[in-house]
Design a protein around this ligand. Structure first.
Ligand SMILES: [Zn+2]
Length: 335
């Protein structure tokens, strides 16, 4: 009886423990299945919220940066256009300068009248004097051929640079009916303009050379850099007077092709510069260059001549001693 009671107690104790374990397991299972995911969700939710905030901030910063970049970009574009405009403006200013220089350039008769007389058109004919400086060069013959095609005569202000190796080029210019004019022998500013003696020596050298080589005695002169150059160490008035005394007519120009720049000017720019100048003058003395570097000038020449051939009352002529001079400086003989 006592044994039966003992076994009952032990059985109920075991059962109680089992139920307790089960309860424990249920609680653990509840926590595992419900609480942990909830906590995890809360944690993830918070993290997501933070990430969202960060993302919003980064997006805002990115957009602000984008705006700044856009602004910089448009500023750069604006600057680029401004620079391009300035380049165009400066080249147009060069054309204007030609116009201005033509206004300041005095057009005088070659008479010995005391007061240089302003030339008014005695007729309706406009004159275009194409002048080529610094030659002769590898392009001289080509230039002469193009001029021939249009039956046009021009003026070549030559230096002595090609004297030794190509004396025939000087003769070619004269033989084909163009004016062979002087532009100093050395064309070195530091030598030609060092003092009057140097200038005289250089002047006689180029005049004698042309005379001996071609049989032509030149009477037309153009100062290297023009009579208004600012590099001469000698008073230009003194040199102008010297040439006058020698019976030499010196010419500057009132239209510039702009081909003297170290950068090669495009053919179209040269054409545009020349035509703009010619259209705005009754009589135009057009400055061009004949050197091995000026191939775009050669390319521009037929286009210029073609356009000029379409103009009414316009003659293309070579400068002679009867041509009214175009000079940048006023001779101060009447002062
Ligand atoms: Zn020159």
């Amino acid at each position: 009886m006592k044994e039966i009671q003992m076994s009952d107690i032990s059985y109920s104790e075991k059962r109680r423990r089992r139920v307790k374990r089960l309860k424990c397991m249920i609680v653990i299972a509840f926590f595992t299945v419900v609480t942990i995911p909830i906590a995890l969700c809360i944690y993830l939710g918070c993290t997501l919220y933070g990430v969202n905030n960060d993302l919003a901030e980064i997006t805002a910063q990115y957009e602000a940066q984008l705006e700044i970049t856009d602004e910089l970009q448009s500023k750069l574009e604006a600057e680029k256009y401004a620079r391009e405009a300035a380049i165009v403006e400066s080249s147009e200013a060069a054309v204007d300068l030609n116009t201005v220089s033509s206004d300041t350039a005095t057009v005088k008769t070659n008479t010995t009248d005391e007061e240089p007389e302003e030339i008014q058109a005695e007729d309706d004919i406009n004159h275009v004097y194409l002048t080529f400086d610094d030659g002769p060069s590898i392009y001289t013959e080509e230039i002469l051929d193009i001029l021939d095609q249009y039956d046009a005569k021009a003026t070549f202000f030559v230096t002595g640079e090609a004297a030794t190796e190509h004396p025939e080029r000087y003769k070619m210019i004269a033989d084909r009916g163009h004016t062979l004019a002087m532009h100093s022998y050395s064309h070195k500013y530091s030598e030609v303009y060092k003092n009057k003696d140097n200038f005289v020596k250089d002047f006689n050298k180029i005049r004698d050379f042309i005379r001996e080589t071609t049989g032509v005695t030149p009477v037309i002169y153009r100062f290297p850099g023009g009579s208004s150059n600012r590099v001469s160490a000698t008073d230009m008035n003194e040199l102008c007077e010297y040439l006058e005394d020698e019976g030499i007519h010196y010419f500057d120009w009132n239209v510039s092709s702009g081909d003297a720049t170290s950068q090669t000017l495009s053919r179209d720019r040269i054409v545009a510069n020349c035509l703009a100048g010619i259209y705005s003058h009754k009589d135009s003395v057009v400055l061009l260059h004949d050197t091995s570097a000026k191939y775009t000038t050669v390319a521009a020449l037929p286009v210029i001549l073609e356009q000029l051939s379409k103009l009414e009352n316009t003659e293309i002529c070579a400068i002679t001693e009867d041509t009214p001079v175009v000079q940048h400086r006023e001779i101060k003989e009447n002062e």
